[in-house]
Design a protein around this ligand. Structure first.
Ligand SMILES: Nc1ncnc2c1ncn2[C@@H]1O[C@H](COP(=O)(O)OP(=O)(O)OP(=O)(O)O)[C@@H](O)[C@H]1O
Ligand SMILES: [Mg+2]
Length: 234
Protein backbone atom coordinates (compact mmCIF):
# COMPACT_ATOMS: atom_id res chain seq x y z
CA UNK A 1 0.00 0.00 0.00
CA UNK A 2 2.99 2.31 0.50
CA UNK A 3 5.55 1.97 -2.26
CA UNK A 4 8.74 3.97 -2.17
CA UNK A 5 10.93 3.65 -5.26
CA UNK A 6 14.48 4.99 -5.35
CA UNK A 7 13.61 8.12 -3.40
CA UNK A 8 16.27 10.76 -3.04
CA UNK A 9 15.99 13.98 -1.13
CA UNK A 10 18.58 16.69 -0.92
CA UNK A 11 18.41 20.01 0.86
CA UNK A 12 20.35 23.05 -0.21
CA UNK A 13 21.60 25.32 2.49
CA UNK A 14 23.71 28.09 0.99
CA UNK A 15 26.61 26.54 -0.90
CA UNK A 16 26.17 23.12 0.63
CA UNK A 17 23.84 20.33 -0.43
CA UNK A 18 22.82 17.77 2.17
CA UNK A 19 21.77 14.43 0.73
CA UNK A 20 19.29 13.34 3.38
CA UNK A 21 18.00 10.34 1.38
CA UNK A 22 20.22 8.74 -1.24
CA UNK A 23 17.94 6.21 -2.93
CA UNK A 24 15.43 4.52 -0.64
CA UNK A 25 13.23 1.71 -1.89
CA UNK A 26 10.71 -0.05 0.35
CA UNK A 27 7.20 -1.46 0.48
CA UNK A 28 4.91 -1.22 3.49
CA UNK A 29 1.83 -3.46 3.21
CA UNK A 30 -1.59 -2.29 4.42
CA UNK A 31 -2.15 -2.81 8.11
CA UNK A 32 1.51 -3.31 8.95
CA UNK A 33 3.24 -1.66 11.87
CA UNK A 34 6.44 -0.30 10.32
CA UNK A 35 9.24 1.29 12.31
CA UNK A 36 11.90 3.59 10.93
CA UNK A 37 15.02 3.38 13.06
CA UNK A 38 18.57 4.65 12.73
CA UNK A 39 21.04 7.20 14.07
CA UNK A 40 20.32 10.91 14.44
CA UNK A 41 20.55 12.70 11.10
CA UNK A 42 20.18 9.50 9.07
CA UNK A 43 17.03 10.68 7.25
CA UNK A 44 14.19 9.14 9.31
CA UNK A 45 12.05 12.26 9.64
CA UNK A 46 12.78 13.22 6.05
CA UNK A 47 11.38 9.89 4.85
CA UNK A 48 8.34 10.16 7.13
CA UNK A 49 7.55 13.69 5.95
CA UNK A 50 7.78 12.60 2.32
CA UNK A 51 5.26 9.80 3.04
CA UNK A 52 2.95 12.45 4.49
CA UNK A 53 3.42 14.76 1.49
CA UNK A 54 4.76 17.43 3.83
CA UNK A 55 7.60 17.73 1.33
CA UNK A 56 8.47 16.35 -2.10
CA UNK A 57 11.36 14.05 -2.99
CA UNK A 58 14.11 15.36 -5.25
CA UNK A 59 13.67 12.23 -7.36
CA UNK A 60 11.97 8.84 -7.16
CA UNK A 61 8.35 7.87 -6.64
CA UNK A 62 6.06 7.41 -3.65
CA UNK A 63 2.72 5.70 -4.20
CA UNK A 64 0.20 5.38 -1.35
CA UNK A 65 -2.88 3.20 -2.05
CA UNK A 66 -2.55 3.81 -5.75
CA UNK A 67 -2.00 7.57 -5.46
CA UNK A 68 1.32 8.84 -6.74
CA UNK A 69 2.28 11.55 -4.25
CA UNK A 70 5.02 12.82 -6.51
CA UNK A 71 2.54 13.60 -9.29
CA UNK A 72 0.08 15.52 -7.11
CA UNK A 73 -0.55 19.25 -7.31
CA UNK A 74 -0.22 21.42 -4.18
CA UNK A 75 -4.00 21.32 -3.71
CA UNK A 76 -4.10 17.54 -4.03
CA UNK A 77 -1.28 17.25 -1.51
CA UNK A 78 -3.25 19.42 0.91
CA UNK A 79 -6.28 17.16 0.58
CA UNK A 80 -4.17 14.05 0.97
CA UNK A 81 -2.62 15.39 4.19
CA UNK A 82 -5.92 16.59 5.53
CA UNK A 83 -8.11 13.60 4.72
CA UNK A 84 -5.96 10.51 4.51
CA UNK A 85 -3.05 10.88 6.91
CA UNK A 86 -2.95 11.09 10.69
CA UNK A 87 0.16 12.83 12.00
CA UNK A 88 1.60 12.43 15.49
CA UNK A 89 4.67 14.46 16.42
CA UNK A 90 7.12 14.26 19.30
CA UNK A 91 6.11 17.68 20.63
CA UNK A 92 2.32 17.00 20.43
CA UNK A 93 1.70 20.28 18.54
CA UNK A 94 -1.54 21.09 20.34
CA UNK A 95 -3.03 24.58 20.22
CA UNK A 96 -2.61 26.01 23.70
CA UNK A 97 -5.77 28.10 23.96
CA UNK A 98 -8.06 25.29 22.77
CA UNK A 99 -9.52 22.57 24.98
CA UNK A 100 -8.75 18.87 24.43
CA UNK A 101 -11.94 18.30 22.46
CA UNK A 102 -11.40 21.44 20.38
CA UNK A 103 -7.86 20.29 19.61
CA UNK A 104 -9.20 16.94 18.39
CA UNK A 105 -11.57 18.85 16.10
CA UNK A 106 -8.85 21.07 14.62
CA UNK A 107 -8.67 19.19 11.29
CA UNK A 108 -12.34 20.07 10.77
CA UNK A 109 -12.29 23.70 11.89
CA UNK A 110 -11.79 25.08 8.36
CA UNK A 111 -14.76 23.06 7.12
CA UNK A 112 -17.11 23.60 10.04
CA UNK A 113 -18.19 21.36 12.89
CA UNK A 114 -21.26 19.17 13.24
CA UNK A 115 -22.77 17.66 16.40
CA UNK A 116 -21.82 14.25 15.00
CA UNK A 117 -18.16 15.29 14.76
CA UNK A 118 -18.21 16.71 18.28
CA UNK A 119 -19.70 13.48 19.58
CA UNK A 120 -17.01 11.52 17.79
CA UNK A 121 -14.24 13.72 19.25
CA UNK A 122 -15.50 13.03 22.77
CA UNK A 123 -15.76 9.32 21.98
CA UNK A 124 -12.15 9.24 20.72
CA UNK A 125 -10.92 11.07 23.82
CA UNK A 126 -12.80 8.53 25.92
CA UNK A 127 -11.15 5.70 23.99
CA UNK A 128 -7.68 7.09 24.78
CA UNK A 129 -8.64 7.40 28.45
CA UNK A 130 -9.37 11.13 28.51
CA UNK A 131 -13.15 11.09 28.83
CA UNK A 132 -12.80 13.14 32.01
CA UNK A 133 -10.48 15.72 30.46
CA UNK A 134 -12.34 16.93 27.36
CA UNK A 135 -12.51 20.55 28.54
CA UNK A 136 -8.92 20.75 29.80
CA UNK A 137 -6.43 22.92 27.95
CA UNK A 138 -2.96 21.55 27.11
CA UNK A 139 -1.29 23.20 30.16
CA UNK A 140 -3.75 21.32 32.37
CA UNK A 141 -2.67 17.98 30.93
CA UNK A 142 0.43 15.82 31.45
CA UNK A 143 2.74 15.09 28.51
CA UNK A 144 1.25 11.63 28.07
CA UNK A 145 -2.26 13.06 28.16
CA UNK A 146 -1.34 15.71 25.59
CA UNK A 147 0.06 13.04 23.29
CA UNK A 148 -3.18 11.06 23.65
CA UNK A 149 -5.12 14.18 22.60
CA UNK A 150 -2.80 14.40 19.58
CA UNK A 151 -3.53 10.74 18.79
CA UNK A 152 -7.28 11.37 19.00
CA UNK A 153 -6.78 14.36 16.66
CA UNK A 154 -4.97 12.08 14.19
CA UNK A 155 -7.74 9.48 14.40
CA UNK A 156 -10.77 11.69 13.95
CA UNK A 157 -10.26 11.54 10.18
CA UNK A 158 -10.20 7.72 10.32
CA UNK A 159 -6.95 7.87 8.35
CA UNK A 160 -5.68 4.97 6.27
CA UNK A 161 -2.12 5.75 7.38
CA UNK A 162 -0.81 7.12 10.68
CA UNK A 163 2.65 8.67 10.60
CA UNK A 164 4.37 9.29 13.91
CA UNK A 165 7.75 10.94 14.53
CA UNK A 166 9.15 9.81 17.88
CA UNK A 167 5.71 9.88 19.52
CA UNK A 168 7.14 8.83 22.89
CA UNK A 169 10.30 10.95 22.72
CA UNK A 170 9.13 13.32 25.44
CA UNK A 171 7.23 10.82 27.57
CA UNK A 172 8.19 8.64 30.52
CA UNK A 173 8.03 4.90 30.00
CA UNK A 174 4.55 4.43 31.46
CA UNK A 175 3.06 7.12 29.20
CA UNK A 176 5.04 5.64 26.30
CA UNK A 177 3.54 2.19 26.93
CA UNK A 178 0.08 3.74 26.86
CA UNK A 179 0.73 5.43 23.50
CA UNK A 180 1.82 2.12 21.96
CA UNK A 181 -1.16 0.29 23.49
CA UNK A 182 -3.42 2.73 21.65
CA UNK A 183 -1.48 2.44 18.37
CA UNK A 184 -1.52 -1.38 18.54
CA UNK A 185 -5.25 -1.38 19.13
CA UNK A 186 -5.68 0.83 16.09
CA UNK A 187 -3.70 -1.60 13.98
CA UNK A 188 -5.71 -4.58 15.25
CA UNK A 189 -9.17 -3.04 15.03
CA UNK A 190 -8.98 -0.83 11.95
CA UNK A 191 -6.08 -2.32 9.98
CA UNK A 192 -4.53 1.13 9.94
CA UNK A 193 -1.04 1.21 8.47
CA UNK A 194 1.35 2.74 10.99
CA UNK A 195 4.77 4.16 10.24
CA UNK A 196 6.60 5.21 13.37
CA UNK A 197 10.06 6.73 13.78
CA UNK A 198 11.57 5.73 17.09
CA UNK A 199 14.83 5.51 18.99
CA UNK A 200 13.28 3.08 21.43
CA UNK A 201 13.41 -0.45 20.12
CA UNK A 202 11.63 -1.96 23.10
CA UNK A 203 8.29 -1.09 21.48
CA UNK A 204 9.08 -3.14 18.36
CA UNK A 205 7.39 -6.57 18.11
CA UNK A 206 8.92 -9.50 16.21
CA UNK A 207 6.45 -9.35 13.32
CA UNK A 208 6.71 -5.60 12.78
CA UNK A 209 8.46 -4.27 9.73
CA UNK A 210 11.72 -2.56 10.65
CA UNK A 211 13.25 -0.11 8.19
CA UNK A 212 16.75 0.61 9.37
CA UNK A 213 18.16 3.72 7.83
CA UNK A 214 21.74 4.85 7.92
CA UNK A 215 23.25 7.82 6.17
CA UNK A 216 20.25 8.21 3.86
CA UNK A 217 20.07 4.55 2.81
CA UNK A 218 18.10 1.58 4.07
CA UNK A 219 20.39 -1.07 5.48
CA UNK A 220 18.18 -3.81 4.01
CA UNK A 221 18.57 -2.17 0.60
CA UNK A 222 22.31 -2.32 1.01
CA UNK A 223 22.35 -6.02 1.85
CA UNK A 224 20.06 -6.67 -1.12
CA UNK A 225 22.38 -4.62 -3.27
CA UNK A 226 25.32 -6.68 -1.99
CA UNK A 227 23.46 -9.91 -2.78
CA UNK A 228 22.76 -8.67 -6.27
CA UNK A 229 26.41 -7.80 -6.76
CA UNK A 230 27.48 -11.22 -5.52
CA UNK A 231 24.81 -12.79 -7.74
CA UNK A 232 26.13 -10.84 -10.72
CA UNK A 233 29.68 -12.05 -10.12
CA UNK A 234 28.87 -15.78 -10.23
N1 LIG B 1 14.84 21.40 5.84
C1 LIG B 1 16.12 21.00 5.86
N2 LIG B 1 17.10 21.80 5.35
C2 LIG B 1 18.39 21.39 5.33
N3 LIG B 1 18.81 20.21 5.80
C3 LIG B 1 17.89 19.38 6.34
C4 LIG B 1 16.50 19.74 6.40
N4 LIG B 1 15.82 18.71 6.97
C5 LIG B 1 16.74 17.77 7.27
N5 LIG B 1 17.99 18.16 6.88
C6 LIG B 1 19.23 17.38 7.00
O1 LIG B 1 18.98 16.09 6.47
C7 LIG B 1 19.58 15.08 7.25
C8 LIG B 1 18.51 14.11 7.73
O2 LIG B 1 17.65 14.78 8.63
P1 LIG B 1 16.43 14.08 9.38
O3 LIG B 1 15.69 15.11 10.11
O4 LIG B 1 15.68 13.26 8.39
O5 LIG B 1 17.20 13.10 10.38
P2 LIG B 1 16.61 12.10 11.50
O6 LIG B 1 17.07 10.73 11.14
O7 LIG B 1 15.16 12.32 11.64
O8 LIG B 1 17.40 12.57 12.80
P3 LIG B 1 16.90 12.67 14.34
O9 LIG B 1 16.93 11.27 14.87
O10 LIG B 1 17.94 13.53 14.98
O11 LIG B 1 15.54 13.28 14.34
C9 LIG B 1 20.29 15.80 8.38
O12 LIG B 1 21.64 15.95 8.01
C10 LIG B 1 19.61 17.15 8.44
O13 LIG B 1 20.48 18.13 8.91
MG1 LIG C 1 13.97 13.14 13.17
Amino acid sequence: MIDVADVKKSFRSGERTVEALRGVTCHIPKGRFAFIVGPSGSGKSTLLYLLGALDRPTSGRIVVSGTDLTAMSEAEQNHYRRDRIGFIFQAFNLISNLTAVENVLVPYLPRGLTPELERRAVELLTQVGLGGRVDHRPYQLSGGEQQRVAIARALIKDPEVVLADEPTGELDSKAGDEVYRILRRLQAERQTTLVVVTHDRRFINPDDLVLEIQDGLLKTDESEHQRNLIGAEV
